[in-house]
Design a protein around this ligand. Structure first.
Ligand SMILES: [Zn+2]
Length: 411
């Protein structure tokens, strides 16, 4: 809040400055101004101009509009800063600030290029030329949030005062257990998260999730990120009993979809106009949507038939195979090894299809089955010793979630 007020003030001060520029003799405003400090500069001591990089901009062009101190030439400056400030890293749309001499507003004292909310570069002319790449101080804050689903998940998060970006994180945590397109009013969640703040005041997003609880259609799903092997890059997620949340198969070959036709022994075929079995699940999505292989394996077939259109079949092991039909584009080759979640093609409507969708087919022991009705294998279970350690680790985290849920929802 305080930061916002400051920002507003800065904007007001600047707009005042701009108006003053047009006048012949600028009038001094003798008012007590709050001290504004950012990027290591006390703004009050300069005339500060904020701008963004436009198409065609370069350092030379920006410098040329101002007078550089002493006898520095634009060319020399650009040459000199090259080592620590690659001029090519300047990107259109990125903000920068110019610190001008308050008494000689055409004299450039420093330029701050803002790479992202945390990192910035300073080209300082005040005492010869110095270039420094800096980072704002950041800190992590931990908190537990809980809410009942109202509207979409991201709306619910926003109402709970959390970043809507947390929605996609939690969708990833639960990608094997909960279909986030089916979450409904009455579902509840609770999560202990770490959030990053820049200079203690500016919110910079969710850093990590320490523990979560999700109640979907009356069923409770806990998830705790944990590294069984300390060397693994990213943690895996486990439930309150140490069972992995990951399963051998993804729930669907698309991230965002609508099931337009389920596996059934008898359905009226929309193109052939007759009743026949539908040995697959149709996921409707826009043409070009990436299609992911639901499990790792080897591409057994990648080709075209008049019925399937462009299609890919993946053999996962001796028991399971999956097939993806009607692609607009195939992105893998026969014999290629693919890992779970890898994009193997794009949604289309080639072959016998009325609109863009992927027909997902699933074989178990050579027989086509409905994966939505199968109890599919999950990842390997934890060993006894590892499990004991894990349960000890999650005990206080789980208690914390439970107590927040009890306080908030009396459950
Ligand atoms: Zn189909």
């Amino acid at each position: 809040m305080r930061y916002l007020a400051l920002l507003l003030l800065i904007t007001i001060i600047f707009s005042c400055d701009k108006k003053e520029e047009k006048k012949e003799v600028p009038k001094k405003v003798e008012k007590k101004e709050p001290i504004i400090k950012e990027y290591g500069f006390i703004f009050n001591n300069y005339k500060v101009v904020r701008d963004t990089i436009k198409s065609g901009d370069n350092l030379g062009l920006i410098f040329d509009k101002y007078k550089l101190p002493d006898s520095l030439r634009t060319f020399d400056v650009v040459e000199k800063v090259k080592d620590s400030f690659n001029p090519r890293m300047i990107k259109i749309g990125k903000p920068y600030l110019l610190f001008l001499d308050k008494n000689h507003p055409n004299e450039l004292q420093a330029l701050v290029y803002v790479k992202n909310p945390i990192e910035y570069a300073v080209i300082d002319f005040r005492d010869s030329i110095h270039v420094s790449n800096k980072r704002k101080a950041t800190s992590l804050k931990r908190r537990t949030i809980a809410a009942e689903i109202e509207g979409s998940f991201s709306e619910t998060l926003a109402n709970a005062g959390a970043s809507p970006a947390l929605a996609s994180r939690l969708a990833k945590v639960y990608e094997y257990s909960i279909d986030f397109f089916k979450i409904q009013k009455g579902d509840k969640f609770c999560a202990t998260i770490y959030e990053r703040f820049i200079e203690d005041s500016i919110y910079a997003g969710v850093e990590s999730v320490e523990s979560t609880y999700f109640k979907h259609r009356g069923k409770v799903f806990y998830a705790f990120p944990y590294k069984l092997n300390p060397e693994q890059n990213l943690p895996d997620y486990y439930d309150e009993n140490g069972n992995g949340l990951k399963s051998m198969f993804l729930k669907a070959p698309l991230d965002y979809f609508r099931i337009s036709s389920r596996f059934s022994g008898r359905r009226f075929h929309p193109v052939q106009k007759r009743w026949k079995a539908h040995n697959g699940t149709d996921y409707a999505a826009a043409t070009g949507t990436p299609i992911k292989t639901t499990a790792s394996g080897v591409v057994e077939r990648a080709g075209y038939t008049s019925g399937n259109g462009n299609y890919v079949k993946v053999r996962h092991n001796g028991t399971y195979s999956t097939q993806y039909l009607h692609m607009s584009k195939i992105l893998v080759k026969k014999g290629q090894y693919v890992t779970q979640g890898q994009v193997i093609g794009k949604v289309g409507s080639t072959g016998l299809a009325t609109g863009p969708h992927v027909c997902y087919r699933f074989w178990k022991n050579g027989v086509q089955v409905d994966p939505l009705r199968l109890q599919l294998p999950s990842a390997e279970p934890m060993k006894k010793e590892a499990k004991e350690q894990y349960l000890k680790y999650i005990e206080p985290l789980k208690k914390e979630l439970d107590s927040v849920m009890t306080t908030k929802f009396k459950e």
